[in-house]
Each structure stands twice: as structure tokens, then as C-alpha cells.
Design a protein around this ligand. Structure first.
Ligand SMILES: [Zn+2]
Length: 235
């Protein structure tokens, strides 16, 4: 399992249902998100193939969910530093909490209370070391601008780099399984998720990558704007 290049600076590591990313900045490698519990050895092996020791890699996590921070404590045991997160989601992860109750679109909405009860009870892990400084507009390591994108989780962040034609790292602020990017089918606040998606669509980026689904390489911002036009028609 290896990081596969998407742009000169950005590579993807596919971990089953979820992706994590390596952004190679002028100041060193930055890992964005870190998979499920148990993915630690795969991530460490992929970093090693690039000759990166975990202690030399910076980490940014887009949000608190189990499939994005599950291996964080394991990476830190191997020497990785504290992960940059938003203050809200970061505070939860620092206490070993990996989810807040969510709402579900479609048929799952019927079982929402039951699913939430089970998930909140089961999705707890080792507290991880967090640097809760990833707030809107902060530029991490001179290259990755934090975009607050609440909705999927209320402390969710996306990351933007103007390099390589403009790269947007969406986390779960958007998913890309079908022809167009879309908001996730689960969220803490759907209206906030739509507003965040619209904010991203107003930016300029050639490439967008997602926690779930396939990368959108080339004129990605146009695909976001097409989706926004449909939100407006259906509103
Ligand atoms: Zn999520």
C-alpha cells in the first residue's frame, strides 16, 4: 500500500472506504487525516516507502470521526507530533471521543437515534495529542490554508493550497462517489453543510480530494458550482 501521486505535492493513500493524503510542502511532509483504528501500520509503511520517519511528519485532521483520526494515537506512539485540528473537534479527540450525534439522510433517518446511541457508545479510543489551532484562515506551514467548513461535524475544516493549480482537500465537507461532488449523507447540521459546500464552490481550485470517493483532478471548482446550482433549484 503506497501513497499515489495526484499532483506534484499531493498524494493519496486509499484505506478501504476512507482516504488519507500526503502533502509535501517546502517545509516537509504533512499527513492529512489518518484512517481507522488499525490503519496505523499501513500509514507508517507508506510513509517509510517515501523515507519519512513519523517524527518528521506533521499531521492535520479534518474532523473528529473515527475513520479520520482512528490511527492517530498509534502514529503518535510511533513518534508523530500533535495533530492540528479545530478547537471544537480537537477537544473531543483529545479526550478520546470520536463522534457527536449526527443526522442521516434517506432511510437511515428512521434509525437515527438507535445508530447514534450505538456509535457514541462504541466510538471512543485512546486520547490523542492535539494542537487546537486550525481555525479559519490560519495558514499551516506556509502552504495549507484552513477553511472552516462546519456541517458534517461542527468543527470540520478543509484545507486549501494555491499550488499545483489550486488544491482543495475537502475531508468530509464534500464526497465524490457519483458524477458530481455532493455533501455527505450524514451531518450534525445539514444547512451548515450546504453553506460550507457553497463556500468551497466559491473558491478557485483545479483539484479537489475527498475523505470518501474519487479525486476530482482538473476544473474541480466548476463541478462544485454545478452542484450548487442544483441546491438552488431544489430549494
Ligand atoms: Zn466524517
Amino acid at each position: 500500500m503506497t501513497f499515489q501521486p495526484l499532483t506534484p505535492r499531493l498524494s493519496i493513500l486509499r484505506l478501504g472506504m476512507v482516504n488519507c493524503y500526503l502533502y509535501e510542502s517546502a517545509r516537509g511532509p504533512i499527513l492529512i487525516d489518518c484512517g481507522n483504528p488499525g490503519d496505523g501500520p499501513k500509514i507508517l509503511a507508506a510513509l517509510q516507502q517515501r523515507n519519512y520517519h513519523p517524527g518528521a511528519v506533521r499531521i492535520v485532521a479534518t474532523h473528529l470521526h473515527i475513520d479520520h483520526i482512528g490511527a492517530l494515537a498509534a502514529l503518535q506512539t510511533a513518534g508523530a507530533p500533535a495533530a492540528h485540528m479545530s478547537p471544537l473537534d480537537g477537544a473531543a479527540v483529545a479526550q478520546g471521543s470520536w463522534i457527536r450525534p449526527m443526522h442521516f439522510a434517506g432511510p437511515f433517518a428512521w434509525f437515527e437515534d438507535d445508530i447514534n446511541r450505538r456509535m457514541v457508545a462504541s466510538q471512543r479510543g485512546a486520547p490523542a495529542s492535539i494542537q487546537p489551532d486550525a481555525t479559519d484562515g490560519v495558514v499551516l506551514y506556509d502552504e495549507l490554508t484552513v477553511i472552516a467548513t462546519p456541517g458534517h461535524s461542527m468543527g470540520h475544516i478543509s484545507l486549501y493550497s494555491p499550488a499545483d493549480g489550486g488544491v482543495l482537500i475537502c475531508g468530509d465537507a464534500a464526497v465524490h462517489f457519483t458524477a458530481q461532488p455532493n455533501i455527505s449523507f450524514l451531518y450534525e447540521d445539514k444547512m451548515a453543510a450546504i453553506e460550507s459546500f457553497k463556500r468551497l464552490a466559491g473558491m478557485s481550485f483545479a483539484h479537489a480530494v475527498f475523505g470518501h470517493g474519487k479525486p476530482l483532478l482538473g476544473i474541480a471548482d466548476a463541478a462544485f458550482r454545478q452542484r450548487v446550482a442544483r441546491f438552488t433549484r431544489n430549494a
